[in-house]
Design a protein around this ligand. Structure first.
Ligand code: FEO
Length: 382
């Protein structure tokens, strides 16, 4: 139970290995759905298609023989929208409430846009259920175009769609920020400007409870969560520290990256995140790149280019509008090192990047000269 009238009817997915086909979710995933019990009953979103029966049973249990008046659709990605058609069939009197763009997507997903039983909402519209009044707030491109969030003025609840969501089922015993940050930068990271504008719109409401579509309902210390979202969406630095991300073929670049990490710590750097791009989780690596203010990109030269793991990593950063960071390079090459040039070129459109004065050039293996460069870089960044 979220409040006396707002009930949780979502599900935990402990079977899934890759959320959206790409993010490892060792602690599973929750697909949240809620029902508001009032004179009129509103169901807030559905869940993933694999959990249709469980969700419908949860709903029926809360309805206790009553019938829902509305299905409110905040977001059309299938982890939330998959059961709209089944719901509509099971409850033929219910009206579907969504944005124009969402109804267009329904036509594509289900072959109907429910034109005979729908309410199309736009920014600022209010749906009255009785005591509960839901105000709709458009959130285009957070992270799909049709997204709305809504605010219930009676219980002061923000239904935040994917916003404030995290990886992990609801019974996972884990830190909120770690998996919420990995989720945010993986899925919403590109859309910082749109998240900022949504946060601004939401700031006029007295939000006491956040009901996201993934992860726990947030009821306490909401300033903590809003502040993290303000930092993340503005590409600000959340924690002091240096990321050392390396792509190594035979271990020499790895050894150099490890030495740099050691020297950074010796020089007093509060946190060093050492990442093996060939083996560590990409979403964790991306998360760290956006969490800390400084990053050293360490790659071998490969086919006149850089190692594919580093290329993939930098692409993940640039497509998410990587900015406001200090960047240094460590390159290795046995005959013509040029990884630093290639990496810098890949970052050329990123805003507000400060390049370190010291970089590291290795020719095959660590030498006196490259060790001295590592020491200088460690001093500069720490
Ligand atoms: Fe949880 Fe964008 O779907």
């Amino acid at each position: 139970m979220v409040t006396k009238d707002i009930r949780y009817i979502g599900v935990n997915d402990r079977k899934i290995d890759l959320f959206e086909g790409q993010y490892v979710v060792p602690e599973g995933m929750s697909y949240n759905s809620y029902v508001i019990m009032d004179e009129k009953i509103a169901v807030m979103d559905t869940v993933d298609g694999n959990f249709k029966e469980e969700w419908l049973a949860n709903l029926e249990n809360e309805l206790a023989g009553r019938k829902p008046s509305y299905l409110v659709v905040h977001h059309m990605e299938p982890d939330h929208s998959a059961n709209i058609a089944e719901f509509a069939e099971k409850y033929p009197e219910a009206v579907i409430v969504a944005s124009t763009a969402a109804f267009n997507m329904m036509k594509n997903y289900f072959g109907t846009d429910f034109s005979d039983r729908r309410i199309v909402v736009k920014d600022g519209d209010v749906l009255e259920l009785g005591e509960h009044k839901l105000e709709f707030i458009a959130a285009p491109m957070v992270h799909w175009p049709e997204v709305f969030v809504s605010y219930d003025s009676k219980d002061k609840v923000l239904f935040s769609a994917d916003g404030f969501g995290k990886f992990g089922a609801l019974d996972a015993d884990e830190d909120w920020a770690c998996e919420a940050r990995r989720y945010y930068f993986g899925i919403v990271g590109k859309y910082g400007a749109q998240v900022q504008s949504l946060l601004k719109k939401v700031s006029k409401f007295d939000v006491q409870i956040i009901c996201p579509l993934h992860g726990p309902v947030l009821k306490e210390d909401l300033g903590y969560y809003f502040n993290l979202y303000l930092t993340w969406s503005s590409y600000g630095v959340e924690s002091e520290g240096v990321v050392v991300a390396y792509a190594s073929a035979h271990g020499h670049t790895k050894k150099a990256a490890e030495l740099l990490a050691e020297k950074l710590s010796e020089n007093g750097c509060p946190k060093v995140s050492l990442i093996d791009l060939a083996r560590d989780d990409m979403a964790e690596s991306v998360e760290d790149a956006f969490r800390y203010g400084k990053i050293v990109l360490c790659s071998i030269t490969y086919n006149g280019d850089i190692f594919p793991f580093m290329k993939d990593f930098i692409n993940h950063l640039t497509e998410r509008n990587f900015q406001n960071r200090t960047v240094a390079f460590m390159e290795n090459g046995s005959w013509a090192p040029q990884a630093a040039r290639v990496m810098m070129k890949m970052l050329e459109n990123c805003k507000n990047i400060t390049y370190a004065k010291n970089n590291v050039k290795i020719t095959s293996a660590l030498s006196e000269s490259s060790i001295a460069q590592i020491e200088a870089l460690a001093k500069e960044l720490a």
